[in-house]
Design a protein around this ligand. Sequence first.
Ligand code: ADP
Ligand code: MG
Length: 453
Amino acid sequence: MSVMNGFLKRVWDDTLLAIQENNFFDDVVYNTYFSNSSLQELDDHHALISVPTNMQKLVLSEYVDCIAESLEKTAGKKVAVDVLFEGELPQTSKMFFTTIEEPVVEASDNILSTYTFDNFVVGSSNKESHAAALACAMQPGKFYNPLFIFGNSGLGKTHILHSIGNYVKKNQDNMRVHYISSTDFVTNVVNAIKDNTIEQFKRQMNQLDVLLVDDIQFLAGKEKSHEIFFHIFNELVNNKKQIILTSDRHPTEIKGLEERLISRFSSGLSVGLDSPEFETSLQILKKKLEHQSVDPSLIDEDVLAYLATNFSSDVRKLEGALNRLIFYSINFSNSERIDLRTAMSAFKGQVLITDRNDISISTIKKSVADYYGLTRQQLSSKSRTKMISSARHIAMYLCRKHLDVPFTKIGEEFGKRDHSTVMSACEKIEKSLKTDDLLKQAIKEVEKGFLLT
Ligand code: ADP
Ligand code: MG
């Protein structure tokens, strides 16, 4: 069975189970009209069911709403359902499922049930943030307050926040928890001021046990919101209520935030998220396949390795690549399995590195970051602390030494610095190397991290 057929079959089997469990129909009706039915197509808006007889088509067409309701549970998306008699089927069937699992907000607390600790894969790139987040979920207000999680886009910050929310809801049902993005916070503040309900808004916030604020960097420059947020923050923390914040960078690097907020944000624990390393990416891919009901054994192991090698800079990209691959193999490949050739054609022209042992700016960054206990993102940040900037200089030097890339390109990859900065960093390291044996030793160690052995 091909990957697509396997996927559709599993979705349909689950849907039939849901239909039975919902008792929409008597058994006799179910057995008569649903037997030998199958799901032929599924895309973001539309599902096509086929049945072997015209009679079944006539009857089931009357119940497309019930079918759509059950299908929503198993495919994660509300789609329009059509029923066709097999003789009427189009020649080729297609399926797009770029956004099948669209998160569904279920409650006024804004927490998405789809993001949980159970479906979050833990590896060395995120284990610190994961452990800190879980601790805050288990005993809100007790360990780190605030917990500040920072990292580039697509590395799981939002996923972790909702996981905390879901965990608290499940295990501490007396606690009030609320998720809000900082842009929504700003909008709410603006509206509350306009409607004269700002005191009420503050009161609501102050009654929470756990406040989850996503992408706090967008609070920058919003002075009125700073003041309100400062007030709420102090009230909650003073009462030992838990606050967890996320941002695309370390609190000290957010421009346009008041000093008193920065110092509050840094007063608990700040933990970084990094791009997933190879093994974690593989596990994430397997988890996503499982979630989409695709049998992982239909995809060759080296295909997953290929995706993990080339698309791991962020998890969103990794997921996108997996969807693209499945879509491509369904539509353009006749093979039952997805092999490396199919994968190569699906990503023709998009991929630079094909061998996971190849050296790239990213592997050099990772090795330097690991050696100095930093995140890759810190290497590209604006931070000028001595430790970070010397690590950054070493990384730039190694990129120049091992890769055939111009200074401008290296500058771009390290926080859009210009080529003269990179040049002088390289010169500085070269000069120090002549006299500094400790530096020499450090660079040797770092090189071990990315050179072929
Ligand atoms: P961010 O908020 O940091 O931009 P998200 O939390 O939105 O990133 O994550 C992007 C996507 O990657 C989401 O679909 C999320 O479920 C997925 N993801 C990120 N990290 C992991 C992980 N460790 N395990 C499983 N899925 C992950
Ligand atoms: Mg996010």
